[in-house]
Structures are given as C-alpha cells and as structure tokens.
Design a protein around this ligand. Structure first.
Ligand SMILES: [Zn+2]
Length: 242
C-alpha cells in the first residue's frame, strides 16, 4: 500500500472555542508546538490579541491596529486549530463571486455535512472585509461576547491574498463554531484578519479532507480545569460573535 492511501489527516485543535468564549484568554500552547501539528489554520493569540493565521507552516498575527506580524515560536495561543492541509478538490474560480456564492460552490464538492474540512483560497479580492479581536488587559473583565460587540473592522479593496480556514460540522458547535471559520492574509502581509465577507474576482480554491479530530486540552491550566461552563449560554455567545 502506498503512503498516499494510508495517510490520516488530523485536525489538531488546542482548547475549545467554548472555553475561549467563557473568558479563558491566557495563552496555553506555544506557536512552536502548534506548528508541529499542521501548516494551515486559525486561532487567536494570548490575551485574545488579534487573529492567528497559519499559512504554509508560518504563523502570523493580524492585530486590531490593522498591522500584521510574523509570530515567534515562543508566542502563545489560548485557542487554535491547525491541519496538515491536504487538498482533495482544487478548482479555479474564473468569474467574480461573493463569499456566499463561493461557499455554495464549495459545498457542492462536500460529501455530506458531517466531516471537518480545511480551505486554502488564493485569489484577487476587489473587496475583503475583516475584523480583529482587540487585546484584553489583565485581569480580564469582559466576556468574549462583550469584546465581540466592539471589534475593529477593516475593508481592503483590490487585495491579493489567501483565505485559510476550517469548516466544522454542526454537531461540534461549542467545541468550535459550526460552519466556516476563515481568516485572511494578503500576499504582501500588510492586511488580514477574521473574514466577514468578500468579493473574489478570480482564485484557486483548495478544499482539504480531514479524517480525524485531535482535540488537545490545556491540562495544566487550573482556570480551564475548574471553570464552570454554561454551555447553552456559550452556544448563544458563539452564534452572536462568530
Ligand atoms: Zn476567527
């Protein structure tokens, strides 16, 4: 049997979106460790300081002041999901589409709705609308839902770059956000963030397979261990803020 047929693609998720939403913003995994588990992904940084973009094995931070920096191996994340991106469908989008139209086309290639998927979409975007979660000071006194109400948003016009992200099945809502979670970074690393909506003129779309979820927990974080999570409230917060 060739290596190709036995390869299992594992989505590695550190912590859960639910824990992040409940105010656990301390970093609990280093970027160096995270990148051992995947070359593409999303997340946020310690103190929810902006949006994490992992592209081609490198990690970037899209900050709320609209700047981008490449992260160091010692920087930390409270929540992230990465995967060794393994495209099983690649297509060229030749005519302009909105984000909704592109999602509909991509979903045409899904085998059902019960598997995670990864995305890498490189294109020319007449419009790219993103937001970045703003850094919180300690002691944290705002819930994620409160922070989410006042997030800086930016729109770039005619930007070339890459969308990376994950699609989560409905049954994992709470562990992650059901549906799409997409982040963007421009080719020149001058613009990026959590994707809200866009128009893509042309692009190459890669849809990756995920065979397995590797759910990692912050096992030495006392705050996580003993947090009392209100799951129904968390799901509502995730719906409202993601
Ligand atoms: Zn995000």
């Amino acid at each position: 049997m060739s290596k190709e047929t036995v390869e299992v693609v594992k989505l590695y998720q550190h912590n859960t979106l639910g824990a992040l939403m409940s105010g656990l913003y301390e970093g609990s995994l280093t970027i160096g460790e995270l990148l051992q588990h995947g070359d593409l992904g999303i997340g946020t940084l310690e103190d929810i300081d902006g949006e994490l973009v992992v592209l081609n094995g490198k990690a970037y931070q899209a900050r709320s002041d609209n700047s981008i920096v490449e992260l160091k191996p010692t920087d930390k994340v409270p929540y992230a999901a990465v995967v060794p991106h393994h495209p099983e469908v690649i297509f060229k989008q030749r005519i302009a589409v909105t984000d909704e139209e592109l999602k509909e086309r991509m979903e045409g290639y899904f085998d059902g709705e019960n598997l995670f998927r990864s995305f890498k979409i490189h294109g020319i975007f007449p419009k790219m609308h993103v937001r970045m979660v703003p850094k919180q000071e300690r002691p944290y006194n705002k819930s994620f839902a409160e922070v989410a109400e006042n997030q800086p948003e930016y729109t770039a016009e005619n930007v070339t770059g890459t969308i990376v992200g994950i699609w989560t099945p409905e049954m994992f809502h709470g562990v992650s956000v059901a549906g799409y979670h997409l982040h963007f970074i421009s080719d020149d690393h001058s613009f990026g963030g959590h994707v809200l909506d866009f128009v893509m003129e042309t692009g190459i779309v890669e849809i990756g397979a995920v065979d397995q979820l590797d759910q990692h927990f912050p096992v030495q974080d006392r705050k996580y261990l003993f947090a009392k999570l209100d799951i129904e409230a968390l799901k509502e917060d995730i719906n409202a803020s993601e």
